[in-house]
Design a protein around this ligand. Structure first.
Ligand code: HEC
Ligand code: HEC
Length: 373
């Protein structure tokens, strides 16, 4: 009996001691941190390398005055190394199957990160059905929804799609990861930005998203006007007044005003383009009939570079867009409540009013943005 008791005691002690000495990763900042590990076995994997330098985002004065600071995902803080890596990836054609297309091929810096065609053409020469979108000020997109129909939540998730989209870059993430991993420069850059993890789609999209958050357009005549640094021309000022007037052109409900330097509310609306929609927009994601024909309200910055206009690029010029809002509105069950002139098919602007409205819209042109990247 005594012998049995002492054997049991020895076994219990061994279990206790070995659990006390359980080895694993003991660094609480590591992704594989083990709370029960007492002995560090050197297996820790740290996502944000402590060596990476925090990135100091340059926020325009008008944004500082009117907008709260941007909020970043906690698992993807911006670093100098991450942004440099994201930029290299954004311009790298190895993200496409036949090495012919980079993100920047459809999002050209000189076009405010948009392209000039109605429908962008992917690697197989097939065109999509939607107009490419310009990229700027996405760090302030409080809905965090991307694409015309809002199907991607967050810039990281958005960047997953073009690579595998069959009518865009038409590659696989396994293939792209192996192309990028075989490049020694990339291996160093990933290590510097994120630590020593293997390169994968998660880190590639994180780096691209960091770069995209540095694309900030906030230097236009209207920004200077909102800060009381300059006055506007009489025509621009009349245009702004029409924009802000419910009995005038009535644009501000969706596209914002001088206290919202994004010039969009980033919400999804039906602005009266069709009575029956070939592309159902937001409803293709939500399945809700009330969302048919709702698309993301675009920013009105840099319109001079982003033609053609609307989700399907149906309008080639700003004059056509203004004519739409003046006399071309079409009713449908999901028309937005803020399309207040729907019963008269539009605001019925005079030609002078149209040209003033256009002068105001063109004062939202940021020439420094298109040359800065
Ligand atoms: C073949 C052309 C093409 C390529 C290549 C491409 N895009 Fe796009 N991009 C588009 C089009 C078209 C849309 C709108 C599609 C939609 O709404 O369905 C879009 C939308 C976006 C948006 C949404 C913007 C917003 O305001 O919601 C982001 C962000 C974006 N692209 C980033 C990227 C990144 C990052 C890459 C590279 C990984 C990339 N794109 C590659 C054509 C392209
Ligand atoms: C009810 C909300 C709403 C109102 C009011 C409104 N818009 Fe829009 N606007 C939108 C939406 C949504 C789109 C995108 C629609 C689409 O592509 O299907 C858009 C698109 C545009 C575009 C095209 C931008 C691009 O990059 O394709 C311009 C320019 C524009 N609006 C200017 C105006 C002007 C000027 C007014 C006032 C006369 C106005 N909008 C009133 C919601 C609105």
């Amino acid at each position: 009996m005594n012998k049995l008791a002492s054997i049991l005691l020895i076994i219990a002690t061994c279990v206790l001691v070995s659990s006390c000495r359980k080895s694993g990763c003991t660094n609480p900042n590591a992704v594989n941190y083990s709370a029960s590990a007492k002995v560090d076995d050197g297996s820790c994997i740290c996502l944000s390398a402590s060596a990476a330098t925090p990135y100091n985002l340059k926020i325009p004065a008008s944004f500082q005055r009117f907008l709260p600071p941007p909020v970043f995902p906690v698992d993807n803080p911006m670093t100098v190394e991450g942004v440099a890596l994201g930029k290299k990836l954004f311009f790298d054609k190895r993200l496409s199957d036949d090495l012919s297309l980079a993100c920047a091929s459809c999002h050209l810096p000189s076009q405010s990160f948009d392209d000039t065609s109605r429908f962008s053409v992917g690697i197989n020469g097939i065109a999509g059905t939607r107009n490419a979108m310009p990229l700027f000020n996405h760090a302030w997109n409080i809905t965090n929804k991307f694409f015309w129909d809002g199907r991607a939540v967050g810039l990281e998730e958005q960047a997953l799609e073009p690579v595998t989209n069959v009518i865009e870059m038409h590659d696989t993430w396994i293939n792209v990861t192996s192309k990028i991993s075989s490049d020694a420069t990339y291996r160093t850059m990933f290590t510097n930005a994120f630590g020593s993890l293997p390169i994968d789609s998660n880190l590639i999209t994180k780096a691209i998203a960091q770069y995209e958050r540095t694309l900030i357009s906030g230097n236009t005549r209207i920004d200077a006007y909102s800060l009381r640094l300059i006055g506007l021309t009489p025509s621009e000022l009349s245009g702004l007044n029409l924009f802000m007037d419910e009995n005038g052109a009535d644009c501000f409900h969706c596209h914002g005003d001088v206290t919202n330097p994004l010039w969009t509310d980033n919400s999804f609306r039906n602005n009266g383009l069709d009575s029956v929609f070939a592309d159902s927009g937001l409803a293709s994601i939500t399945g809700n009939p009330i969302d048919v024909g709702k698309f993301k309200t675009p920013s009105l910055r840099n319109l001079i570079y982003t033609a053609p206009y609307m989700h399907d690029g149906r309008f080639s010029t700003l004059d056509e867009v203004i004519d739409h809002y003046s006399e071309g509105l079409v009713n449908s069950p999901s028309i937005d409540v803020d399309m207040k002139n729907i019963s008269t098919n539009g605001a019925r602007l005079t030609s002078q009013e149209k040209s003033d409205l256009k002068a105001f819209l063109l004062a939202l042109t940021d020439t420094t943005f298109v040359t800065a990247h």
